[in-house]
Design a protein around this ligand. Structure first.
Ligand code: UTP
Length: 334
């Protein structure tokens, strides 16, 4: 297995679709399964033998840096600041002074279950693709003779149903950076952003070969409903042991060892983060982030943000960081 690859992971976006959670917390630090999204991505890269990672940070980047440097002391991680989210192509271009040799790019808002060796060991430059029902929301590729013929970002009329899903590998990063440089210098944007797909299209037009690698496991973390879906997927795959006092646990469930769960029914598909406190509640199909407090609630299909408090009424909620929601007996917010 090749280990000299550097992984570039762009995580500078504001995560607007996950508001209110992302008002004060970066998307990649939200828990899914047993750890933050970025933890799953870095673990996957590390398991594939990658030791050098370059994170492109921007929005709330300090919090990301703090988590990654605390949790991954064995990896060489560099941080590049993208002051404004000008697009994926721009984010990757900013890493040009930090990367030499082969590079693998993995997006920061998807968890992928794929054999990364297929990318790292291929003689070709590769792009992960997946058949999707509605390709109009994605970059879409057209294939000829086993290689990508063309690609287009979020097309009205997709040339195929094969979407680009967030892993790109290049044997020679210098070629990628040269094309990105041309794009940035020309000031060309599509839908207001400097797009990676535009750079890749330029490469294709210049005769560069890009191989599509089909992957099955692709889990989006960009919206509340897909985050919960990804949470269910992770809990289904891993058999976490969970402890709680005077409670019923219905697997699959993840309860952090530092969480305190009492007099409650937890699961199926509940993730309870570090330091969270749950009492007299029923929680299923939900993610409770670190240090949240939940008392006397019946939650399903809910996301509870870090340090949020939810006390005293049964309902479905989507609560951001440091918020506190209380209801009196008549059901009115206090
Ligand atoms: P997205 O566009 O899906 O993420 O970019 P976002 O902007 O954070 O989320 P929304 O759309 O506002 O809800 C995919 C990945 O690329 C990164 C994002 O952080 C995310 O991990 N990205 C995107 C950058 O780092 N810089 C950019 O300029 C654009």
């Amino acid at each position: 297995m090749k280990t000299e690859f550097t992984a570039v992971v762009p995580v500078a976006g504001a995560g607007t679709r996950l508001r209110p959670h992302t008002h004060t917390y970066p998307k990649v630090l939200l828990t899914v399964g047993n750890k933050p999204i970025i933890g799953h991505i870095i673990d996957e890269l590390s398991a594939a033998g990658i030791k050098k990672i370059c994170l492109v940070t921007g929005y709330l980047g300090g919090k990301i840096k703090e988590y990654v440097s605390r949790s991954y002391k064995n990896l060489k991680v560099s941080y590049v600041e993208q002051p404004e989210p000008k697009g994926l192509g721009h984010a990757i271009w900013l890493t040009r002074r930090y990367v030499t040799g082969p590079v693998i790019v993995m997006l920061g808002d998807t968890i992928i279950s794929a054999d990364l060796a297929k990318f790292l060991n291929s003689k070709d430059d590769c792009i992960a693709v997946k058949k999707v029902a509605d390709p109009r929301r994605f970059g879409v590729v057209e294939i000829r003779n086993g290689y990508i013929k063309s690609m287009v970002e979020k097309p009205e009329k997709p040339p195929s149903n094969l979407a680009i899903v967030g892993i790109y590998s290049f044997k020679n990063s210098a070629k990628l950076y040269a094309v990105l440089e041309r794009l940035v210098e020309s000031g060309r944007t599509t839908k207001g952003e400097i797009q990676l797909t535009d750079a890749l299209s330029l490469m294709l037009r210049g005769g560069h070969k890009l191989k599509p690698v089909a992957i099955d496991g692709w889990y989006d973390c960009g919206k509340p409903e897909t985050l919960l879906e990804t949470n269910r997927y992770i809990l289904d795959r891993k058999n976490f042991t969970a402890k709680a006092k005077n409670s019923v646990i219905i697997p699959p469930v993840y309860i952090s060892r530092t969480a305190k769960v009492e007099n409650s029914i937890v699961g199926p598909y509940a993730s309870i983060g570090d330091g969270a406190k749950i009492n007299s509640s029923i929680i299923s199909d939900s993610i409770v982030n670190e240090n949240a407090l939940i008392i006397n609630m019946n939650l399903s299909g809910s996301l509870v943000g870090p340090s949020a408090a939810v006390i005293g009424r049964k309902d479905q909620l989507n609560v951001g960081e440091n918020s506190e929601i209380r209801f009196d007996k008549s059901g009115c917010g206090l």
